[in-house]
Design a protein around this ligand. Structure first.
Ligand SMILES: NC(=O)c1ccc[n+]([C@@H]2O[C@H](COP(=O)([O-])OP(=O)(O)OC[C@H]3O[C@@H](n4cnc5c(N)ncnc54)[C@H](OP(=O)(O)O)[C@@H]3O)[C@@H](O)[C@H]2O)c1
Length: 274
């Protein structure tokens, strides 16, 4: 299968295909899945130090070492391994980055994303640490995760930010303003939980899926890709069949009318809940 990925997207000084792979459930059992992803042309892999307590990073390093030169590997730090609470203490961040470099067997991280902003730590201080890590050559590009427009601007006052990874999908649109900010400022927007899988089942999605002989998950991906040129979905899967199906979604061309109808679902649901 030769997926076309709906084009490419830039992340600072790097360019990647516009569907990546989320790896928060990747363990030692997922070798074949990782290899198949690269074989299919995926060149953006999203991980984090906390995923499977470091196993996701280690497995990516072990499995994908031969393909390293053609991959962009993004990881994250700044979250406690004990309880997933934000942890932006400067020493914690520096140590977390060194540990990620070691597990990933790299000298420099392509995209280092601050996993969460810690309300106990001033943003200016955290941004300065991220800048220091970049200046020291340990990080090539910096991204943020789960942030507001105001917070992005506070970070950007200190250090260049190339991407934002927030919870966003067809049915979860609370970060619309952040997406618009990313579009206006040339930042990539990486939606996490992009498939909205547990919430699919809506009549409109089902009808559009039937129109395209596609699954509802594929329609959720096609909608994201059409929603914005800065969108970089990273569907997470352990199934090679789902992986192939997720990439095939890039070839679905929704009509303008279908796109509008799908876009309305979240608005209508929000109004009904209000
Ligand atoms: N920044 C953050 O705070 C944050 C938080 C959460 C996640 N993330 C990142 O975002 C990535 C994606 O998020 P996510 O994995 O939580 O959610 P997701 O990609 O929206 O959904 C993953 C779920 O959908 C299933 N799935 C995948 N493709 C499918 C298909 N074609 N048909 C049916 N089911 C399918 C997967 O199961 P199967 O294994 O059976 O396919 C899994 O249960 C993560 O891997 C991680 O890298 C970031």
């Amino acid at each position: 299968m030769n997926a076309n990925f709906a084009g490419q997207i830039t992340l600072g000084d790097l360019t990647v295909n516009r569907i990546g792979l989320g790896t928060n459930r990747i363990t030692d059992a997922a070798r074949a899945l990782l290899l198949r992803a690269v074989e299919l042309g995926i060149n953006f892999i999203d991980t984090a130090d906390v995923y499977q307590k470091g196993q996701s990073e280690s497995m990516i390093a072990k499995t994908l070492a031969p393909y390293r030169s053609r991959l962009v590997i993004a990881t994250k730090g700044g979250m406690s391994w004990q309880d997933s609470s934000p942890s932006n203490d400067p020493k914690y961040l520096r140590d977390a980055l060194d540990a990620s470099l070691k597990r990933l067997k790299l000298d420099r991280i392509d995209l280092y994303q601050l996993h969460r902003t810690d309300p106990k730590t001033p943003i200016e201080q955290t941004a300065a640490v991220l800048k220091e890590l970049k200046d020291r050559g340990k990080v090539r590009n910096i991204g943020l995760s789960e942030v507001t427009v105001e917070q992005i601007e506070q970070y950007r006052a200190v250090v260049e930010i190339v991407s934002v990874q927030n919870h966003y999908n067809l049915l979860e649109r609370k970060h619309e303003a952040v997406l618009e900010y990313c579009e206006a400022n040339g930042l990539a927007f990486i939606p996490w939980f992009p498939l909205a899988k547990s919430k699919l089942g809506n009549d409109t999605i089902e009808r559009v899926a039937r129109n395209h002989n596609a699954s509802q998950v594929q329609i959720a991906i096609a909608w994201l890709l059409m929603r914005s040129p800065v969108m970089l979905p990273i569907p997470g899967t352990l199934s090679t069949q789902h992986l192939e199906s997720n990439l095939a979604a890039a070839r679905i061309e929704l009509t303008g009318e279908e796109f509008e109808e799908l876009s309305e679902i979240a608005t209508v649901a929000r109004q009904a809940a209000a």
